[in-house]
Design a protein around this ligand. Structure first.
Ligand code: APR
Length: 402
Protein backbone atom coordinates (compact mmCIF):
# COMPACT_ATOMS: atom_id res chain seq x y z
CA UNK A 1 0.00 0.00 0.00
CA UNK A 2 1.60 3.27 -1.07
CA UNK A 3 0.39 6.02 1.13
CA UNK A 4 0.89 9.33 -0.59
CA UNK A 5 0.28 12.40 1.48
CA UNK A 6 0.68 15.97 0.45
CA UNK A 7 0.77 18.83 2.87
CA UNK A 8 0.34 22.04 0.89
CA UNK A 9 1.84 25.28 2.18
CA UNK A 10 1.67 26.81 -1.29
CA UNK A 11 -0.96 26.80 -4.01
CA UNK A 12 -1.63 23.27 -5.19
CA UNK A 13 -4.01 22.28 -7.93
CA UNK A 14 -6.37 19.47 -8.81
CA UNK A 15 -9.35 19.18 -11.13
CA UNK A 16 -11.52 18.13 -8.19
CA UNK A 17 -10.79 18.85 -4.52
CA UNK A 18 -12.84 16.59 -2.24
CA UNK A 19 -13.39 17.78 1.32
CA UNK A 20 -13.73 14.85 3.73
CA UNK A 21 -12.73 11.18 3.78
CA UNK A 22 -15.99 9.57 4.86
CA UNK A 23 -18.19 7.26 2.77
CA UNK A 24 -19.15 10.12 0.41
CA UNK A 25 -15.65 11.54 -0.10
CA UNK A 26 -13.86 8.22 -0.45
CA UNK A 27 -16.45 6.70 -2.80
CA UNK A 28 -16.23 9.85 -4.94
CA UNK A 29 -12.41 9.81 -4.84
CA UNK A 30 -12.24 6.17 -5.94
CA UNK A 31 -14.65 6.66 -8.84
CA UNK A 32 -12.99 9.85 -10.09
CA UNK A 33 -9.47 8.45 -9.78
CA UNK A 34 -10.47 5.27 -11.59
CA UNK A 35 -11.80 7.44 -14.44
CA UNK A 36 -8.48 9.28 -14.66
CA UNK A 37 -9.76 12.51 -13.10
CA UNK A 38 -7.08 14.45 -11.22
CA UNK A 39 -8.54 14.67 -7.69
CA UNK A 40 -7.36 14.97 -4.10
CA UNK A 41 -9.08 14.25 -0.78
CA UNK A 42 -8.48 16.73 2.07
CA UNK A 43 -9.22 15.20 5.47
CA UNK A 44 -8.84 17.00 8.79
CA UNK A 45 -8.39 13.86 10.89
CA UNK A 46 -5.44 11.48 10.83
CA UNK A 47 -5.62 8.13 9.12
CA UNK A 48 -6.11 6.12 12.31
CA UNK A 49 -9.11 8.19 13.34
CA UNK A 50 -10.69 7.90 9.90
CA UNK A 51 -10.28 4.12 9.90
CA UNK A 52 -11.48 3.46 13.44
CA UNK A 53 -14.41 5.88 13.86
CA UNK A 54 -17.47 3.71 14.59
CA UNK A 55 -20.55 5.08 12.79
CA UNK A 56 -23.35 3.34 10.90
CA UNK A 57 -23.30 -0.25 9.68
CA UNK A 58 -26.47 -1.07 7.72
CA UNK A 59 -25.81 -1.00 3.99
CA UNK A 60 -28.78 -0.94 1.65
CA UNK A 61 -28.91 -3.28 -1.35
CA UNK A 62 -28.35 -0.33 -3.71
CA UNK A 63 -25.23 0.67 -1.78
CA UNK A 64 -23.80 -2.81 -2.20
CA UNK A 65 -24.65 -2.70 -5.91
CA UNK A 66 -22.89 0.65 -6.36
CA UNK A 67 -19.78 -0.52 -4.52
CA UNK A 68 -19.84 -3.84 -6.40
CA UNK A 69 -20.09 -2.01 -9.74
CA UNK A 70 -16.86 -0.20 -9.02
CA UNK A 71 -14.90 -3.06 -7.48
CA UNK A 72 -15.18 -1.62 -3.95
CA UNK A 73 -17.26 -4.35 -2.32
CA UNK A 74 -14.69 -7.10 -1.72
CA UNK A 75 -14.51 -6.58 2.05
CA UNK A 76 -18.25 -6.31 2.61
CA UNK A 77 -18.86 -9.31 0.35
CA UNK A 78 -16.43 -11.34 2.46
CA UNK A 79 -17.30 -10.12 5.95
CA UNK A 80 -20.70 -8.47 5.68
CA UNK A 81 -23.74 -10.36 6.90
CA UNK A 82 -27.20 -10.27 5.29
CA UNK A 83 -29.95 -8.92 7.48
CA UNK A 84 -33.64 -8.90 6.72
CA UNK A 85 -35.75 -9.07 9.87
CA UNK A 86 -37.21 -6.47 12.24
CA UNK A 87 -38.78 -7.35 15.56
CA UNK A 88 -41.24 -4.89 17.09
CA UNK A 89 -42.00 -5.20 20.81
CA UNK A 90 -44.97 -3.01 21.68
CA UNK A 91 -47.61 -2.42 24.30
CA UNK A 92 -49.96 -4.52 22.19
CA UNK A 93 -47.69 -7.53 21.76
CA UNK A 94 -44.68 -8.20 19.54
CA UNK A 95 -44.27 -9.22 15.92
CA UNK A 96 -41.48 -9.91 13.46
CA UNK A 97 -41.29 -8.56 9.95
CA UNK A 98 -39.21 -10.48 7.43
CA UNK A 99 -38.62 -7.35 5.35
CA UNK A 100 -36.07 -9.16 3.18
CA UNK A 101 -38.97 -11.20 1.76
CA UNK A 102 -41.26 -8.20 1.30
CA UNK A 103 -41.42 -5.20 -1.02
CA UNK A 104 -38.51 -5.50 -3.47
CA UNK A 105 -37.17 -8.47 -1.47
CA UNK A 106 -33.99 -6.62 -0.61
CA UNK A 107 -31.90 -7.11 2.53
CA UNK A 108 -29.39 -4.96 4.37
CA UNK A 109 -25.76 -5.97 4.63
CA UNK A 110 -24.44 -5.50 8.16
CA UNK A 111 -20.87 -4.24 7.81
CA UNK A 112 -19.28 -1.77 10.26
CA UNK A 113 -18.73 1.59 8.61
CA UNK A 114 -15.14 1.82 9.86
CA UNK A 115 -14.43 -1.36 7.90
CA UNK A 116 -16.08 0.06 4.78
CA UNK A 117 -14.15 3.33 5.10
CA UNK A 118 -10.90 1.37 5.59
CA UNK A 119 -11.65 -0.64 2.43
CA UNK A 120 -12.40 2.53 0.43
CA UNK A 121 -9.29 4.30 1.71
CA UNK A 122 -7.00 1.32 1.09
CA UNK A 123 -8.36 0.88 -2.44
CA UNK A 124 -7.91 4.59 -3.17
CA UNK A 125 -4.32 4.71 -1.88
CA UNK A 126 -3.33 1.44 -3.57
CA UNK A 127 -4.60 2.88 -6.85
CA UNK A 128 -2.33 5.90 -6.32
CA UNK A 129 -5.02 8.33 -5.13
CA UNK A 130 -3.92 11.57 -3.49
CA UNK A 131 -5.01 12.40 0.08
CA UNK A 132 -3.87 14.95 2.62
CA UNK A 133 -4.62 13.84 6.20
CA UNK A 134 -4.66 16.29 9.10
CA UNK A 135 -5.53 18.99 6.59
CA UNK A 136 -8.59 20.95 7.57
CA UNK A 137 -10.44 22.92 4.92
CA UNK A 138 -11.21 26.41 6.15
CA UNK A 139 -13.33 27.72 3.31
CA UNK A 140 -14.19 27.33 -0.35
CA UNK A 141 -13.67 30.70 -2.02
CA UNK A 142 -14.97 31.87 -5.42
CA UNK A 143 -17.29 28.86 -5.49
CA UNK A 144 -19.48 30.65 -8.02
CA UNK A 145 -16.54 31.07 -10.39
CA UNK A 146 -14.80 28.62 -12.75
CA UNK A 147 -11.92 27.85 -10.35
CA UNK A 148 -12.71 27.83 -6.63
CA UNK A 149 -9.92 28.00 -4.09
CA UNK A 150 -10.00 25.80 -1.00
CA UNK A 151 -8.04 27.30 1.89
CA UNK A 152 -6.66 24.78 4.38
CA UNK A 153 -4.59 24.49 7.51
CA UNK A 154 -2.35 21.46 8.10
CA UNK A 155 -1.54 19.72 11.39
CA UNK A 156 1.04 22.38 12.28
CA UNK A 157 -1.47 25.13 11.54
CA UNK A 158 0.33 26.15 8.33
CA UNK A 159 -1.98 27.68 5.75
CA UNK A 160 -2.34 26.25 2.28
CA UNK A 161 -4.52 26.73 -0.77
CA UNK A 162 -5.88 24.36 -3.38
CA UNK A 163 -7.10 25.62 -6.72
CA UNK A 164 -9.61 23.35 -8.46
CA UNK A 165 -12.12 23.20 -11.27
CA UNK A 166 -14.64 21.77 -8.81
CA UNK A 167 -14.86 21.43 -5.02
CA UNK A 168 -16.88 18.51 -3.63
CA UNK A 169 -18.19 19.15 -0.11
CA UNK A 170 -18.19 15.72 1.55
CA UNK A 171 -17.17 17.06 4.95
CA UNK A 172 -20.42 16.58 6.82
CA UNK A 173 -22.99 19.02 8.18
CA UNK A 174 -20.45 21.06 10.19
CA UNK A 175 -17.76 21.19 7.52
CA UNK A 176 -16.20 24.00 5.50
CA UNK A 177 -18.35 23.38 2.43
CA UNK A 178 -21.56 24.27 4.23
CA UNK A 179 -19.88 27.27 5.78
CA UNK A 180 -18.95 28.46 2.30
CA UNK A 181 -22.45 28.34 0.82
CA UNK A 182 -23.76 31.67 -0.44
CA UNK A 183 -26.14 33.67 1.72
CA UNK A 184 -29.70 32.76 0.94
CA UNK A 185 -29.00 29.05 0.45
CA UNK A 186 -32.07 27.22 1.70
CA UNK A 187 -31.49 24.94 4.69
CA UNK A 188 -34.57 23.01 5.79
CA UNK A 189 -34.17 21.86 9.38
CA UNK A 190 -36.41 19.76 11.60
CA UNK A 191 -35.80 18.93 15.23
CA UNK A 192 -37.89 15.84 15.90
CA UNK A 193 -37.90 16.64 19.63
CA UNK A 194 -36.54 13.21 20.56
CA UNK A 195 -33.08 12.25 21.84
CA UNK A 196 -31.39 8.88 22.05
CA UNK A 197 -28.55 7.57 24.15
CA UNK A 198 -26.56 5.53 21.61
CA UNK A 199 -24.46 2.73 23.12
CA UNK A 200 -21.89 0.32 21.77
CA UNK A 201 -21.65 -2.77 24.00
CA UNK A 202 -19.08 -5.55 23.89
CA UNK A 203 -21.82 -8.15 23.65
CA UNK A 204 -23.05 -10.49 20.93
CA UNK A 205 -26.43 -9.60 19.42
CA UNK A 206 -29.37 -10.75 21.54
CA UNK A 207 -31.67 -11.45 18.60
CA UNK A 208 -31.39 -12.18 14.89
CA UNK A 209 -33.35 -9.03 14.08
CA UNK A 210 -33.23 -5.28 14.38
CA UNK A 211 -35.15 -4.85 17.62
CA UNK A 212 -37.49 -1.89 18.08
CA UNK A 213 -39.21 -1.61 21.45
CA UNK A 214 -41.99 0.89 22.11
CA UNK A 215 -42.71 1.21 25.82
CA UNK A 216 -44.39 3.76 28.11
CA UNK A 217 -40.92 4.36 29.59
CA UNK A 218 -39.63 5.20 26.09
CA UNK A 219 -38.15 3.71 22.93
CA UNK A 220 -35.28 1.20 22.95
CA UNK A 221 -33.43 -0.22 19.96
CA UNK A 222 -31.10 -3.19 19.33
CA UNK A 223 -28.91 -3.51 16.23
CA UNK A 224 -26.14 -5.99 15.53
CA UNK A 225 -22.80 -4.40 14.54
CA UNK A 226 -20.51 -7.42 14.51
CA UNK A 227 -20.67 -10.92 16.02
CA UNK A 228 -19.54 -9.49 19.35
CA UNK A 229 -20.58 -5.83 19.28
CA UNK A 230 -24.18 -4.64 19.66
CA UNK A 231 -25.55 -1.12 19.13
CA UNK A 232 -28.27 -0.22 21.64
CA UNK A 233 -30.40 2.94 21.71
CA UNK A 234 -32.45 4.32 24.60
CA UNK A 235 -34.82 7.26 24.28
CA UNK A 236 -33.32 9.88 26.54
CA UNK A 237 -34.37 13.15 28.13
CA UNK A 238 -33.12 16.01 25.93
CA UNK A 239 -30.09 17.72 27.53
CA UNK A 240 -29.07 14.78 29.77
CA UNK A 241 -25.30 14.14 29.58
CA UNK A 242 -24.20 10.83 28.01
CA UNK A 243 -22.57 9.68 31.26
CA UNK A 244 -25.57 10.53 33.51
CA UNK A 245 -26.88 6.97 33.84
CA UNK A 246 -24.78 4.28 35.58
CA UNK A 247 -24.45 1.03 33.65
CA UNK A 248 -26.89 -0.66 36.04
CA UNK A 249 -29.62 1.82 35.12
CA UNK A 250 -28.89 1.41 31.41
CA UNK A 251 -29.22 -2.36 31.68
CA UNK A 252 -32.42 -2.06 33.72
CA UNK A 253 -33.97 0.36 31.21
CA UNK A 254 -33.04 -1.87 28.27
CA UNK A 255 -34.49 -4.94 30.02
CA UNK A 256 -37.66 -3.06 30.92
CA UNK A 257 -38.32 -1.50 27.51
CA UNK A 258 -37.26 -4.62 25.56
CA UNK A 259 -39.62 -6.63 27.77
CA UNK A 260 -36.99 -9.26 28.58
CA UNK A 261 -39.35 -10.83 31.16
CA UNK A 262 -41.49 -11.85 28.19
CA UNK A 263 -38.86 -12.34 25.44
CA UNK A 264 -35.78 -13.57 27.28
CA UNK A 265 -32.58 -11.83 28.44
CA UNK A 266 -30.41 -9.39 26.52
CA UNK A 267 -26.64 -9.77 26.22
CA UNK A 268 -25.31 -6.63 27.92
CA UNK A 269 -21.51 -6.50 28.05
CA UNK A 270 -19.14 -3.63 28.72
CA UNK A 271 -20.30 -0.31 27.24
CA UNK A 272 -17.43 1.00 25.11
CA UNK A 273 -19.09 4.06 23.61
CA UNK A 274 -21.88 6.41 24.65
CA UNK A 275 -23.27 9.14 22.39
CA UNK A 276 -26.25 11.43 22.87
CA UNK A 277 -28.10 11.86 19.56
CA UNK A 278 -30.68 14.61 19.22
CA UNK A 279 -32.83 13.39 16.35
CA UNK A 280 -32.68 16.13 13.76
CA UNK A 281 -32.93 16.28 10.00
CA UNK A 282 -31.81 18.87 7.55
CA UNK A 283 -31.56 19.37 3.80
CA UNK A 284 -29.63 21.94 1.80
CA UNK A 285 -31.21 23.12 -1.44
CA UNK A 286 -29.82 23.25 -4.06
CA UNK A 287 -26.79 20.95 -3.73
CA UNK A 288 -24.81 22.76 -6.39
CA UNK A 289 -23.51 26.30 -6.10
CA UNK A 290 -21.42 27.02 -9.17
CA UNK A 291 -18.29 24.90 -8.83
CA UNK A 292 -19.11 23.72 -5.30
CA UNK A 293 -21.22 20.56 -4.99
CA UNK A 294 -22.41 18.80 -1.83
CA UNK A 295 -22.81 15.08 -1.09
CA UNK A 296 -23.50 12.98 2.00
CA UNK A 297 -24.16 14.67 5.32
CA UNK A 298 -22.96 17.98 3.86
CA UNK A 299 -26.00 17.78 1.57
CA UNK A 300 -28.54 16.41 4.01
CA UNK A 301 -28.78 14.81 7.41
CA UNK A 302 -31.52 12.18 7.70
CA UNK A 303 -32.50 11.36 11.28
CA UNK A 304 -30.76 8.08 12.28
CA UNK A 305 -34.08 6.26 12.79
CA UNK A 306 -33.89 4.71 9.33
CA UNK A 307 -30.12 4.15 8.82
CA UNK A 308 -30.11 6.20 5.59
CA UNK A 309 -27.04 8.42 6.03
CA UNK A 310 -24.21 6.29 4.70
CA UNK A 311 -26.46 4.86 1.98
CA UNK A 312 -27.42 8.29 0.66
CA UNK A 313 -23.73 9.27 0.83
CA UNK A 314 -22.67 6.43 -1.49
CA UNK A 315 -25.57 6.98 -3.90
CA UNK A 316 -24.84 10.70 -4.16
CA UNK A 317 -21.11 10.08 -4.59
CA UNK A 318 -21.80 7.87 -7.63
CA UNK A 319 -24.18 10.42 -9.16
CA UNK A 320 -21.65 13.20 -8.56
CA UNK A 321 -18.74 11.16 -9.95
CA UNK A 322 -20.69 10.37 -13.14
CA UNK A 323 -21.63 14.02 -13.57
CA UNK A 324 -18.10 15.33 -12.99
CA UNK A 325 -16.59 12.76 -15.36
CA UNK A 326 -19.12 13.69 -18.06
CA UNK A 327 -18.16 17.33 -17.67
CA UNK A 328 -14.39 17.05 -17.25
CA UNK A 329 -13.77 14.24 -19.73
CA UNK A 330 -16.45 15.01 -22.34
CA UNK A 331 -17.36 18.67 -21.80
CA UNK A 332 -20.97 17.70 -21.19
CA UNK A 333 -22.39 19.49 -18.15
CA UNK A 334 -25.99 18.25 -18.41
CA UNK A 335 -25.57 15.63 -15.67
CA UNK A 336 -24.04 18.26 -13.40
CA UNK A 337 -27.00 20.53 -14.06
CA UNK A 338 -29.33 17.68 -13.02
CA UNK A 339 -27.23 16.52 -10.06
CA UNK A 340 -29.02 18.48 -7.34
CA UNK A 341 -32.55 17.58 -8.43
CA UNK A 342 -31.68 13.88 -8.82
CA UNK A 343 -30.17 13.69 -5.32
CA UNK A 344 -32.92 15.71 -3.69
CA UNK A 345 -35.56 13.27 -4.99
CA UNK A 346 -33.79 10.48 -3.07
CA UNK A 347 -33.07 12.71 -0.07
CA UNK A 348 -36.67 13.77 0.45
CA UNK A 349 -37.88 10.17 0.08
CA UNK A 350 -35.40 9.14 2.80
CA UNK A 351 -36.32 12.12 4.98
CA UNK A 352 -40.01 11.28 4.71
CA UNK A 353 -39.43 7.67 5.76
CA UNK A 354 -37.10 8.63 8.63
CA UNK A 355 -39.78 11.04 9.86
CA UNK A 356 -42.40 8.28 9.63
CA UNK A 357 -40.15 5.94 11.62
CA UNK A 358 -39.65 8.52 14.37
CA UNK A 359 -43.40 9.05 14.71
CA UNK A 360 -43.91 5.26 14.63
CA UNK A 361 -41.36 4.45 17.34
CA UNK A 362 -41.94 7.23 19.84
CA UNK A 363 -45.00 8.10 21.91
CA UNK A 364 -45.68 11.84 22.02
CA UNK A 365 -44.89 13.43 25.35
CA UNK A 366 -47.62 14.81 27.62
CA UNK A 367 -51.11 13.67 28.71
CA UNK A 368 -52.96 16.36 26.77
CA UNK A 369 -55.64 15.50 24.22
CA UNK A 370 -53.36 16.24 21.26
CA UNK A 371 -50.80 13.72 22.52
CA UNK A 372 -53.49 11.17 23.20
CA UNK A 373 -54.72 11.61 19.64
CA UNK A 374 -51.22 11.09 18.21
CA UNK A 375 -50.59 8.12 20.50
CA UNK A 376 -53.79 6.46 19.34
CA UNK A 377 -52.83 7.02 15.68
CA UNK A 378 -49.36 5.64 16.41
CA UNK A 379 -50.75 2.43 17.90
CA UNK A 380 -53.11 2.12 14.96
CA UNK A 381 -50.12 2.35 12.57
CA UNK A 382 -48.37 -0.41 14.52
CA UNK A 383 -51.47 -2.61 14.17
CA UNK A 384 -51.68 -1.80 10.46
CA UNK A 385 -48.04 -2.80 9.94
CA UNK A 386 -48.64 -5.98 11.91
CA UNK A 387 -51.64 -7.05 9.85
CA UNK A 388 -51.52 -5.42 6.39
CA UNK A 389 -49.35 -7.00 3.70
CA UNK A 390 -49.62 -3.84 1.63
CA UNK A 391 -48.29 -1.78 4.51
CA UNK A 392 -45.53 -4.32 5.10
CA UNK A 393 -44.46 -4.12 1.44
CA UNK A 394 -44.41 -0.33 1.67
CA UNK A 395 -42.32 -0.53 4.85
CA UNK A 396 -39.81 -3.00 3.35
CA UNK A 397 -39.38 -0.97 0.17
CA UNK A 398 -38.64 2.21 2.10
CA UNK A 399 -36.70 0.66 4.99
CA UNK A 400 -34.04 -0.88 2.72
CA UNK A 401 -34.58 1.21 -0.36
CA UNK A 402 -32.58 4.22 -1.49
N1 APR B 1 -11.88 19.71 6.37
C1 APR B 1 -11.54 18.43 6.04
N2 APR B 1 -12.24 17.34 6.46
C2 APR B 1 -13.32 17.56 7.23
C3 APR B 1 -13.74 18.87 7.61
C4 APR B 1 -12.96 19.96 7.15
N3 APR B 1 -13.29 21.22 7.45
N4 APR B 1 -14.87 18.74 8.39
C5 APR B 1 -15.15 17.42 8.46
N5 APR B 1 -14.22 16.71 7.79
C6 APR B 1 -14.17 15.25 7.58
C7 APR B 1 -14.51 14.42 8.80
O1 APR B 1 -13.35 14.22 9.61
C8 APR B 1 -15.00 13.12 8.17
O2 APR B 1 -13.92 12.23 7.95
O3 APR B 1 -15.17 14.93 6.65
C9 APR B 1 -15.57 13.56 6.82
C10 APR B 1 -17.09 13.48 6.78
O4 APR B 1 -17.43 12.10 6.89
P1 APR B 1 -18.90 11.64 7.42
O5 APR B 1 -19.27 12.46 8.58
O6 APR B 1 -18.87 10.15 7.56
O7 APR B 1 -19.87 12.09 6.26
P2 APR B 1 -20.30 11.40 4.89
O8 APR B 1 -19.13 10.87 4.13
O9 APR B 1 -21.17 12.38 4.27
O10 APR B 1 -21.14 10.11 5.37
C11 APR B 1 -22.41 10.32 5.87
O11 APR B 1 -21.97 8.19 7.00
O12 APR B 1 -20.84 8.64 8.93
C12 APR B 1 -21.94 7.99 8.42
O13 APR B 1 -24.18 7.63 8.99
C13 APR B 1 -23.17 8.59 8.98
O14 APR B 1 -24.85 9.92 7.86
C14 APR B 1 -23.44 9.69 8.00
C15 APR B 1 -22.91 9.17 6.70
Amino acid sequence: MTERQTSPTVLETADVVILGAGPAGLTLGNLLHAAGVDCVVLERADRTHVQTRARAGFLAANTVRVLDRHGLAEGLRRHGRPHGVCEFRTEDGSFRLDYGALGRREQHTVYPQQDLVTDLLTHYLDAGGRIAFETEAQSVQEAAGPRPTVTVRDAEGRPGRWSARYAAGCDGRHGAARRSLPAGTRRYHRDHGVSWLGLLAEAPPSMDAVGYAMHPAGFAGHMARTADITRYYLQYERGTPADAWPEERIRAELDLRMRTAEHGPLHHGRIVQRTVIDLESDVIEPLRHGSLLLAGDAASLPAPAAAKGANLAVLEAELLAEALIEDLAHGDSRALDRYSARCLAHIWRAQDFAHWMIQFLHSPAGPDGESFFHESMRRSRVESLRTSRTHQDWFAENYVGI
